[in-house]
Structures are given as C-alpha cells and as structure tokens.
Design a protein around this ligand. Structure first.
Ligand code: ASP
Length: 359
C-alpha cells in the first residue's frame, strides 16, 4: 500500500509543478511515464548495516549487512525508485573522517556527472558522526540534486529496527523533485533535516536527530514529503580538485579551570586551525586566552563556537566565529575554508557567509 501511494505522490508532485509552469526534471517526467526515478544508494556501514545484540554482544557481529541486503530489507523500495547500489565501505562511523569525506564527495560528484538521469543519492552511514559527513557533503557536492544521509539507531536484526523505514524514506526523499536545491540532508525517524542544522542529541533514542532552533525541513509522512521551508540560498560548493589532504583542525573544549596545555599541544601537532567549544555565547576559560593568542601569532586560525548546543556566537570581519554551527561542523567548515585561504579575515568572511555568524 505504502509504496503505491509514494509513487502516486511523486507523480502528483510532478503534475503540480507542471500546473505551476515550473521546470520539470527529466526524472519527474519519467516517474509520470511509469519508470521510477533513479537513486544511487551508497553504503558506508554503521548500525543500519549491523546485526547482533544491541546492548550486549554485538561487537563480534557488526557491519555485516551489504548495500544489496539493506535495500532488499525495505519492501517496495523498487517501486519508489530505480535503484543502484555501491558499497563504499562497511565500517562504524568513527572510522570515517576527512579522507573518507573527500573520497565520498568525489564519488558522488562523479556519479552525478556521469549519470544525468540520476535523481539523487542516498548515503547510509553510522549515526555517531553522520552530521559531520552530511555537512561535508553539503559543502562539497555541486549541483542541485539531493544527497540524503540516513542510518539507524537499532541494528538490522533488532526488534523494531528503524533502518528499513529510514532507508525507504530516504530513497523517497532522494527521488522527489521537491528535494532539489536543498543540499545534503539527514533523514531519520520520518523527518528530513538540513545537514548544517542537524545534530545527534541522544545516545540511543530513534528520535535522537534534531535541529535545535530550526526544526525539520520536512515531515515524511506515508503519503507525502511535506517541506515546510523555502529552498535556501546555496553558496558555491568547495572545489576539491586540487586538494590532496585537508588541513589539521582540532576542537578544544572550554571549561572552568581549562588551561593552555591542550591548545599548545594542538599547535605543536601541526594544527592549522582550532575551533573552541566556548562557554555560553563564545566565552573562554581565563587560562586559555594567552595560548590562543600565541596560536594566532603562529598563523593558526582560531574560530570561536559554543559548547551549549544551540544559538549563535556573533562574529566580526576580523574575528571568525561559528555562528550557529556546532563545533564539529565549524571544524568541517574551517578545514574547507583553509583550503581557500589561511587569512583570518578571509576565513571570517567565509564563516559569515556559510555559518549564520553574519550580523
Ligand atoms: N556506532 C555506530 C556508528 O556510528 C552508531 C550508529 O550507527 O548508530 O557507526
């Protein structure tokens, strides 16, 4: 039942766009003609691809479910989209970092380039660092076709496993014309979030993904994907073609009594940037100020964020701040910003544009 109404919905969306005189994507036309839109599922691992006792012995059993097995576990998914799958990796998300982000972004850009008929890409991913990968893809995948990142809080063989429904809905979202021009998104628990806004807020609950102060971009119901916000203004994607490795950027936490030791260690380890998880609206422990100034004198670009979990840190033309990005996302943006400029004011400008720090 559900897959039929989902397919009808795609047709309905295309028809509504036609009535409004809007440009119809070739994929939407094909949906009207009966062939569902093409979606590539790129699997990286995580709990969605794991089996075993959730709270007990899953250590020996993790990461055994392949991309094909994942799609086969979501009945009707083939009616929503014409699927292809790719096994990018099969690891927990703690094993995914800057190198994998770049490889993934390159792979997705290549897939969009080589396949003009591809409507969108779904990335399955462990939830722990999903928001970082999603934000990196948001900043580096060009064009207006959607990338939808999803995963599961419960393993594939758990009672009430959430992976199949998340994957099914992520494929619906990637196939939907209404998803175009929105960058990378995270789909979890029947809701779509903007990659730049979403964060994991709870260790175990299926509703763990939230976007503090923003809320979801769309509600994913059985019969429709209901976007409740206009498309955002998109900034040009960061170009990775000449980037061989991203610069080291560390995150330093601020807390009562914090001192200079970790800041000096980051500089000694070769950090080109430091993001500070400041107290409140970007305050510092009094023992950290001098070390951060020293880091700046060494050419390390310091970006001040907040450890509070929501709200803005206001910046200026010479003082880059995270805006309302959380510190792990400010780190992603700083790594990419440093591939364009090492100048503090230049980084401040990029942060003002991308992070919401701009007054
Ligand atoms: N440890 C897992 C991971 O991030 C957690 C998950 O997928 O939910 O890979």
């Amino acid at each position: 039942m559900r897959q039929h109404s989902a397919t009808r919905q795609l047709g309905g969306l295309a028809i509504r766009l036609l009535c409004c005189g809007a440009l119809i994507a070739p994929t939407a036309l094909r949906a009207q003609q009966g062939k569902p839109p093409e979606v590539l599922v790129m699997a990286t691992g995580g709990t969605i691809a794991s089996t075993g006792n959730y709270y007990g012995d899953r250590g020996g059993e993790v990461n055994k479910v392949s991309a094909e097995q994942l799609t086969a576990a979501a009945p009707g998914i083939d009616k929503v989209a014409t699927l292809s799958t790719e096994q990018f990796s099969n690891v927990a998300s703690g094993a995914i970092g800057p190198k994998q982000w770049m490889d993934l972004a390159r792979r997705i850009n290549a897939a969009f380039h080589d396949r003009p008929s591809l409507a969108g890409v779904v990335v399955t991913h462990g939830t722990d660092t999903m928001e970082e990968t999603a934000y990196f893809l948001d900043l580096t995948v060009s064009g207006d076709r959607p990338v939808v990142v999803t995963g599961a809080m419960r393993p594939a063989d758990a009672i009430g496993a959430d992976g199949p429904a998340n994957l099914f809905n992520a494929v619906r979202a990637a196939a939907a014309p209404a998803s175009r021009g929105r960058g990378a998104m995270v789909l979890m628990d029947d809701r779509l979030f903007a990659a730049r806004e979403v964060t994991k807020t709870n260790t175990t609950r299926v509703e763990t993904f939230q976007a503090p102060e923003h809320g979801p971009l769309a509600i994913v119901d059985h019969d429709t994907i209901y976007y409740n916000r206009a498309r955002p203004t998109r900034h040009p994607a960061f170009d990775l073609s000449n980037v061989t490795a991203l610069p080291r950027v560390d995150i330093i936490y601020s807390y009562g009594g914090a001192d200079s030791v970790l800041i000096d260690a980051a500089v000694a380890a070769g950090a080109k940037g430091i993001v500070v998880a400041g107290v409140g609206a970007g305050g510092l422990a009094s023992g950290q100020g001098a070390a951060l100034r020293r880091a700046g004198e060494h050419g390390v670009v310091v970006v001040i964020g907040s450890r509070t979990g929501s709200g803005r840190v206001a910046g200026s033309e010479t003082r880059p701040t995270a805006g309302d990005l959380n510190v792990q996302k400010a780190r992603v943006l700083l790594m990419l910003a440093l591939t364009r400029t090492q100048d503090r004011a230049g980084v401040a400008k990029i942060f003002a544009e991308y992070s919401g720090a701009e007054p």
